[in-house]
Ligand binder design. Structure first.
Ligand code: ZN
Length: 255
């Protein structure tokens, strides 16, 4: 069965995600990790996880939300981390995609949350976009914070970058963008050890082909498994099994 390691179940488009959760068995989904991106969606993700056996949560402040994070955000995240259903701290990282980005706030909030990663001994889920150089500098300085592993979510860097993080023991997670026609993920996926690969949807964003441009759903994570199977020349079942095993290893609190 499939595991979607990165879904935004709190999105208003899902209206509480009841339908998604009720259909998991029929859709071949074993687990979903509901990922927060600010204080509110982190608390909401933990709530959904605590109310539904097959849902787990990650809590964190996304770089694009760094500048507006409230004073008490770290304490709030710290409390959420103590839930049995919270399996990771994320998504956290750097995102320079938009021109008006507040880099100082992003750096501060990332470093503060890396201290939380250290304290809680949880894996980190990193969001990095157009900022791989600065991210590498920060993570190199704070390497000792990451004691329970990490995931490079929705990976969009180069093959060389992917291999650097795989060598550090991080997982490289692929979203629906690997199914897009212009995707360069083929050479990255070919080069990585299968044991370091995760699949995710990042729904409601980034719906894979053949649903590109539509609302994305956790069940579409299957298309990522199919694409990776095609690239590696192995069966879809094998990729589903390997990525499932990887997900339980990456997120040790997930049962
Ligand atoms: Zn996300």
């Amino acid at each position: 069965m499939l595991i979607d390691t990165h879904a935004h179940l709190t999105d208003v488009k899902y209206g509480g995600a009841r339908e998604i959760i009720d259909n998991m068995q029929a859709d071949g989904l074993e687990r979903i990790i509901a990922v927060g991106f600010n204080e509110f969606t982190s608390a909401y993700s933990v709530k959904i996880a605590e109310e539904n056996e097959k849902i787990f949560a990650a809590v964190g402040v996304h770089p694009s939300d760094a500048a507006t994070a409230g004073q008490g955000y770290l304490g709030a995240l710290s409390d959420l981390c103590d839930s049995d259903k919270c399996v990771a701290i994320g998504e956290i990282g750097l995102d320079y995609h938009y021109e008006d980005t507040d880099k100082r706030a992003q750096h501060r909030v990332l470093c503060e949350q890396l201290e939380l990663v250290r304290e809680k001994k949880l894996p980190a889920i990193f969001h990095v976009r157009d900022a791989y150089g600065d991210f590498y500098d920060i993570i190199s300085k704070h390497r000792d914070c990451v004691t329970a592993g990490a995931v490079m979510h929705c990976f969009s860097g180069s093959k060389e970058t992917a291999l650097v993080y795989a060598d550090m023991g991080f997982y490289i997670s692929f979203s629906g963008s690997i199914t897009f026609k212009n995707s360069k993920a083929g050479e990255i996926i070919s080069a990585l050890p299968l044991e370091r690969i995760l699949i995710e949807t990042d729904c409601p964003y980034l719906a894979p082909v053949p649903h590109r441009g539509e609302i994305n759903y956790p069940k579409y994570v299957r298309f990522q498994a199919e694409k990776i199977a095609e690239i590696r020349g192995v069966s879809v079942e094998e990729i589903i099994k390997i990525t499932r095993d990887n997900a339980y290893r990456a997120f040790a609190k997930m049962k």
